[in-house]
Design a protein around this ligand. Structure first.
Ligand code: 0X9
Ligand code: ZN
Length: 678
């Protein structure tokens, strides 16, 4: 604004120039100063300003017009507004107000969003000095109103504000000598034709023509011939323009006719022919207020001009809500291989609208498989959510390796935020033991239990192992300490003496390895569950399998014992059952697995059937196992008899029986004969 104003500071007259032609106008612009000021301002703001001449005057001056708009080189479909000043030559303040409004808009274009909105959404045409010939004549100290074209009879000048075509000449002077001479015919003047072309070409919705002086804001009609009511918007806008001025210094909004009737002015023609809403602002109380009053007068007139812009395009749309998100979290970390990492980040919506945010992660180096939760979230303004980064440190990673995570949060709206987390892998020690399968062990076995020691850490480890088993079990050998490079493994074994005597069946035993590293820290205890099967299987074989003998004779039975189990069998054979006629040649048993021994069972005795039990009474507490042997002892047989002797014996018996039968018969007859009859 200040810069813009400086561009328009009037220059001192060049040395040698005629003072009469270029009198110092103080804060007021001469035509030349205005032209160079507009050229400078346009050069400084070529994006929004275009300076063009829309015609030339009788004295061959350019009629300058500035177009102010975005895309200034393009005629856009935006509302047009036209601002005029200096139609009447001596009304110097009217040029200053028009220039001031231009400077204000240009200077605040990129500083004030409302000004930016007005400039961007309209095309504003400034013609600050419609009557340059008259102005230059006034600059020379002359009291002048009209232009400077000779009109015959030694007269000069036409009142441009009487030369427009609506009801031309009806309420204006036809005397060329007079100040309000309307000219020989409508639009007889270059200036009025240029203005007519300008508004016809761009058809502004509203125009403001600055004049001085009377503190009025005028709207049509300005003549007394048109009697139909005007568009009701005219008095409303004029009223509001007035209200936009500082209280106490407001110009009265009245119909122009109320000032005085006249025809041929700009506004009646604009309104009648183009339906433009035209306003004439009669500035203040002087055509040329003292220099010191000029800035205040210009500022007072800013409000009505801004109101007109606002009326035309409204207020700027509210700025879009501020979009911003923030992502905060830790920035450094340390870790060891295989460590489960978790980091908490806070994602906050620091803007003014809901954000649909996705969070992504990149790991360097790759392979850390970092994950985020949640990956996307709907966040109302002002709210925040916890975003968790999960990651397992890779196993095979040397100490000192650097790693970094780049988190990037991006909203659908375009807001974004990022966070970075840098870390370093430290020394991590990890040892694992994997047991081989020792199978089922046997009692007394000297067993090798295989296992693998693996260094899963990223440091060299001196491994020392010590093994222990359940009470009574001897660990006879374990590998001496050995070095284990990172991520390597060693296969080794522990030797174990299985006790000889275990209860029959399966015995389970824990074998525990304690694994230490070089620092002596216990790193690992690993236990293997071993199974030992104690198999008792004594197989008896007896030959012959059943024994028959005669009393008085002796029979020997061969008893073979086979140890088909997996434990040594020790003890004594004992005889049980009907064992009084049986005896063993020996009793002691001591049979390693797989071996056999033979015993002799001798049977001798009285006739009968006898079952002899032979059982092993275990010296080791195993249950007795037995077998039975069936023995039959028969009586000694008599001398052999012949059949004749047997027949004689039978005949003897038959004879005796007959004799006895006869005697019995005889006795019974004698008793019957001696009886006396009754
Ligand atoms: O007479 C004019 O042209 C204007 N006033 S000035 O003092 N600046 O000369 C007023 C024009 C307003 N229109 C009508 N009153 N018709
Ligand atoms: Zn005027």
């Amino acid at each position: 604004m200040l810069a813009a104003a400086l561009l328009l500071v009037p220059a001192q007259p060049a040395p040698g120039e005629e003072g009469a032609r270029a009198r110092d106008l103080g804060v007021y612009h001469t035509y030349d100063e205005m032209v160079s000021g507009l050229e400078n301002l346009t050069a400084a703001h070529p994006d929004i300003m275009a300076l063009e001449s829309i015609g030339r005057t009788y004295e061959d001056r350019d009629l300058w017009v500035v177009k102010l708009s975005d895309n200034v080189s393009v005629d856009e479909a935006e509302p047009n507004i036209t601002i005029f000043g200096g139609i009447h030559a001596g009304e110097l303040i009217s040029v200053e107000v028009a220039l001031y409004i231009l400077e204000f808009l240009v200077g605040n274009y990129s500083l004030n969003s409302t000004v930016g909105w007005y400039v961007n959404s309209t095309q504003i045409w400034f013609m600050p000095m419609v009557n340059p010939d008259g102005h230059v004549f006034a600059e020379q100290g002359n009291n002048w109103r009209k232009n400077r074209r000779p009109t015959g009879g030694g007269n000069i000048g036409v009142d441009l504000n009487r030369n427009f075509g609506h009801l031309w000449g009806l309420e204006a002077s036809h005397n060329p000598a007079e100040d309000n001479y309307c000219g020989p015919y409508a639009f007889s003047e270059n200036e009025t034709r240029a203005v007519a072309r300008l508004v016809t070409d761009h058809h502004p919705e509203i125009t403001i023509s600055y004049h001085s002086y009377a503190p009025y804001i005028l709207y049509p009609w300005g003549n007394s011939i048109d009697t139909e009511p005007v568009d009701e918007r005219l008095p409303q806008i004029a009223w509001n323009m007035s209200q936009a001025m500082p209280e106490g210094r407001r110009y009265a909004p009245i119909m122009a006719l109320g000032m005085y009737p006249a025809t041929g002015d700009t506004d009646d023609w604009f309104y009648a022919n183009l339906s433009i809403l035209p306003f004439t602002v009669e500035i203040g109380t002087s055509n040329r207020p003292v220099d010191s009053a000029v800035p205040g007068i210009c500022a007072d007139n800013l409000g009505p001009a801004m109101y007109v812009l606002n009326y035309t395009v409204g207020s700027p749309p509210p700025p879009p809500p501020r979009r911003s998100i923030a992502l905060e979290g830790p920035s450094t970390f340390g870790c060891v291989p295989l460590q489960e990492l978790r980091f908490d980040f806070t994602l906050e919506n620091t803007g003014e609208a809901a954000e649909n945010v996705s969070v992504g992660i990149e790991s360097s180096p790759e392979g850390w498989a970092a994950q985020l939760s949640p990956g996307s979230v709907e966040l109302p303004p002002g709210e925040s959510v916890n975003v968790i980064l999960w990651c397992t440190v890779p196993e095979l990673i040397p100490a000192g390796t650097g790693a970094s995570f780049s988190l990037r949060a991006a909203s659908v709206s375009g807001a974004n935020a990022s966070a970075r987390l840098d870390g370093r892998v430290g020394t991590g020690r990890a040892v694992s033991i994997v047991w081989g399968n020792p199978g089922t062990l046997a009692p007394g076995q000297s067993a090798s239990i295989p296992f693998t020691v693996r260094n899963n850490g990223n440091a060299f480890d001196n491994i020392s192992l010590s093994a222990s088993a359940d009470t009574g079990w001897a660990v006879s050998q374990v590998a001496s300490p050995f070095g284990l490079a990172p991520w390597t493994a060693t296969n080794t074994f522990v030797r174990l003496q299985v006790p000889e005597r275990l209860p029959p069946g399966v015995t389970r035993v824990n074998l525990t390895l304690e694994c230490r590293n070089g620092d002596g820290d216990v790193r690992l205890n690993s236990t293997c569950l071993l199974s030992v099967e104690t198999l008792l299987r004594l197989e008896w074989s007896v030959a012959p399998s059943s024994v028959v003998l005669y009393e008085g004779s002796k029979e020997e039975v061969s008893i073979t014992l086979v140890n088909a189990g997996n434990v040594r069998e020790r003890g004594n054979l004992t005889l049980g059952g009907d064992s009084r006629y049986a005896s063993l040649d020996r009793k002691a048993v001591d049979l390693p697995p797989g071996e056999s021994a033979m015993y002799v069972l001798t049977i001798q005795g009285k006739p009968g059937r006898w079952r002899v039990n032979i059982s092993l009474a275990s010296a080791d507490g195993y249950p007795p196992r037995q077998i039975g042997v069936d023995c039959t002892i028969k009586a000694r047989p008599e001398a052999p008899r012949n059949t004749l002797q047997d027949a004689i014996i039978v005949m003897d018996i038959v004879f005796i029986a007959i004799v006895i039968g006869y005697i019995v018969y005889r006795v019974k007859r004698k008793r019957r004969k001696g009886r006396v009859p009754p």
